[in-house]
Design a protein around this ligand. Structure first.
Ligand code: FRU
Length: 665
């Protein structure tokens, strides 16, 4: 065993890298697996190879989260190999044994065991997939208080072949403190993995945002909700309202399952002209158009999927279903997700509906009750939750296009005359992150505001032990820009994020050298980060968006200065231990296992990053590239770091805003 003094050097490296909090003085390192071989540890079988692996092995997904250079990785020659790796006898001397673990979740088969007197007294497996980096290692802690003074052996086991038939281990440390995240499950909105400025229901499951509509100062967010469970089921429209898209108040559920089915996704509109005839008093009706998912509940047995409407005459507080539902009969398969928009030139409602496979329909109606089929489109790679809206090009109201999006955010841009949508370009991808789905934009944003605001379900996030499941993305404003490649959608967080800005840190015209960490002094957990970085001479400029192009100086370099040598190869923002890296050479942005091309403009890139407890949203070059992803933060990480490797970079400007929680009173 090596005393902490020797591992402090290693830890110091990571502390400098901004990844870890300082090690404690009395920590005892059992094994860091930094040698060429396993030293006194003994192997059986083949799975553990001749010595520690240096990261990812051939044909393995990206292994991250280990410390130093080496780790135990039993993926040696793939999942088919098996074996054990056993420590020499050691004495338990501290209250806790901590280690980093990743890989397969097969109890007894892919695990690490603590043996006392030859008996397994503690065991742990990997998690299989980990959100935001499948093969990422994270801390696990054994409380060994009652074993202090006893002799023990640690055995790492891989007796599993096939999927996730391997185990990854690193940094086994005896300590007086626990390094594993302690999960707090209350009070409400204060839980360990509760997003602090992204909408989540108080309890239970959510998926798609539904019925996004603005009326009388309130943004309504209805959402696919299971009021009875933590997983998908019993689909009901949950309901929340906000006056600023940042602070949400959850209201009673709006639309409940009935004999036609559970309530699947759809949209909502304000019926300003009372076309449906529901209005009784001064309040304009809000009308929800949703799918009655027949056959998904005992009450609706034998019913097909149809489209129905419900209305509210009290600002969305109570809802009445139309007595002659459904308004659109079953067409095919599980046709669903009606999105309705008012088409002013022809004074009618237009619906786009998911039919089946990659097929979507367009329909028109004078009154939201009687619908006429217009035509269908087939869009490769797209299914579910369509949206359809008109947008000005480069903000010019005299030049507009119609944008059609699918659940995955892929979009078409084209023309619409009230009868036929003619796509001119697309499908294009809107987001390169891992958790961006079921996108929908707001209806009835006043013309004086004029924004097109989109919310996505951040599908697939993990929230262990939390009372809720899944979260929405932060609302983003969409812009349609003319770029050298054609018309493209750009997305940026709505400006209301400023309402949460607390402490501000700011830098300008600052060269960052390799080994330096500009953000070492930043405290906090939640951030809005805005950066403009000079990554190389303007000669590096690739295809880019003109609106983001700063003027070039006569030297041909970025307007901000003398340019930075091209040896600057990578610049990374490290967000709670997760690197967001820009490769200058490849012009690629990577974060949480996903990558997107981001060409510098005038030798510079612009980044905005929203960091919440369980999500990272990245926006490059004024939102021309966005990456929406979930993750689970490690407990031991520092909030932020900014580093460069391969040469210096120049920070033209950097503003880091610590954010308040939106749930704060
Ligand atoms: C998309 C989706 C929709 C459907 C809803 C059901 O995530 O599958 O097509 O209406 O979820 O919850």
């Amino acid at each position: 065993m090596i005393r902490a003094s020797s591992i402090r050097v290693l830890f110091a490296l990571f502390v400098r890298a901004g990844l870890l909090q300082a090690a404690q003085d009395d920590d005892i390192l059992i094994a860091g697996f930094e040698g060429r071989d396993y030293g006194a540890w003994k192997t059986t079988g083949e799975a553990f190879g001749p010595g520690p692996a240096h990261g990812t092995l051939p044909n393995q997904m990206d292994v991250s989260g280990y410390e130093g250079e080496g780790l135990v990785n039993s993926f040696y020659k793939g999942d088919g190999t098996t074996g054990t790796l056993t420590s020499p006898p050691l004495k338990i001397q501290r209250r806790f044994v901590n280690f980093l673990i990743g890989g397969g979740m097969h109890p007894g088969k892919t695990c690490i065991n603590l043996l006392v007197d030859g008996k397994v007294v503690r065991t742990a497996t990997g998690p299989n997939d980990r959100p935001g980096g499948s093969e990422r290692l994270d801390w696990h802690t054994w409380d060994t208080s009652e074993l202090v003074g006893r002799q023990a052996v640690i055995q790492i086991v891989d007796q599993q072949t096939g999927g996730w038939g391997h185990i990854n281990i690193d940094q086994i440390v005896q300590s007086s403190r626990r390094l594993q995240q302690e999960i707090v499950t209350g009070p409400l909105y204060r839980e360990t993995y509760r997003p602090q400025f992204h909408f989540t229901p108080a309890t239970n499951w959510t998926n798609d945002p539904n019925g996004l509509v603005y009326y009388e100062g309130e943004y309504h967010l209805f959402f696919q909700h299971n009021p009875k469970g933590i997983n998908w089921g019993n689909m009901t429209w949950g309901h929340a309202v906000s006056r600023d898209l940042v602070h949400w108040e959850q209201l009673p559920n709006a639309i409940e399952p009935d004999r036609l089915g559970t309530i699947f996704s759809g949209s909502a509109v304000v019926d300003w002209n009372n076309t449906a005839g529901f209005q009784k008093g001064p309040e304009k009706p809000i009308v929800a158009i949703y799918t009655s998912a027949g056959g998904t509940s005992p009450d609706s047995k034998g019913q097909p999927f149809t489209q129905s409407i419900a209305y509210s005459l009290d600002r969305g507080r109570t809802w009445t279903k139309y007595e002659k539902n459904p308004v659109l009969a079953h067409i095919v398969g599980s046709n669903r997700d009606p999105k309705v928009v008012w088409h002013q030139p022809t004074k009618q409602w237009i619906m786009t509906l998911f039919k089946d496979g990659n097929a979507f329909g367009f329909f028109s109606s004078p009154d939201l009750k009687r619908w006429t089929h217009l035509h269908d489109i087939t869009v490769s790679g797209c299914g579910e939750c369509p949206d359809f809206f008109e947008m000005p090009v480069d903000g010019n109201p005299a030049e507009t296009k119609w944008v059609w999006t699918a659940a995955n955010g892929h979009y078409l841009v084209g023309a619409f005359d009230g009868k036929r949508f003619v796509p001119e370009t697309g499908p294009h991808r809107a987001d390169w992150g891992a958790n961006y789905y079921a996108v929908q934009t707001y209806s009835d944003i006043p013309a004086s505001d004029g924004r097109r605001i989109q919310i996505a379900w951040m599908n697939g996030g993990k929230y262990p032990k939390m009372p809720f499941n899944q979260q929405m993305s932060f609302p983003c404003e969409l812009k349609l820009r003319r770029t050298p490649e054609g018309l493209r959608i750009c997305r940026l967080p709505v400006r209301e994020i400023e309402r949460l800005h607390a402490k501000e840190y700011s830098w300008a015209d600052r060269v960052v050298q390799p080994g330096e960490n500009l953000l070492a002094g930043v405290q906090g957990e939640l951030f809005d980060i805005c950066a403009e970085i000079e990554v190389g001479p303007a000669a590096d400029v690739g295809p880019a968006v003109p609106a983001a192009t700063p003027p070039l100086s006569p030297s041909g370099r970025g307007a901000g200065g003398e340019g930075i040598p091209t040896e600057a190869k990578h610049v990374s923002l490290i967000l709670r231990g997760e690197p967001l890296t820009y490769s200058v050479t490849d012009k690629r942005l990577t974060c949480l296992g996903r990558a997107a091309t981001l060409a510098p403009v005038g030798g510079r890139i612009k980044l905005q990053v929203l960091l919440d407890r369980t999500s990272i949203e990245v926006f490059g070059n004024d939102g021309c590239v966005s990456m929406t992803s979930c993750f689970l933060p490690r407990a031991d990480t520092k909030p932020l770091a900014l580093q460069t490797t391969g040469g210096p970079v120049k920070i033209v400007s950097l503003k880091v805003y610590e954010l308040r929680s939106a749930w704060g009173k």
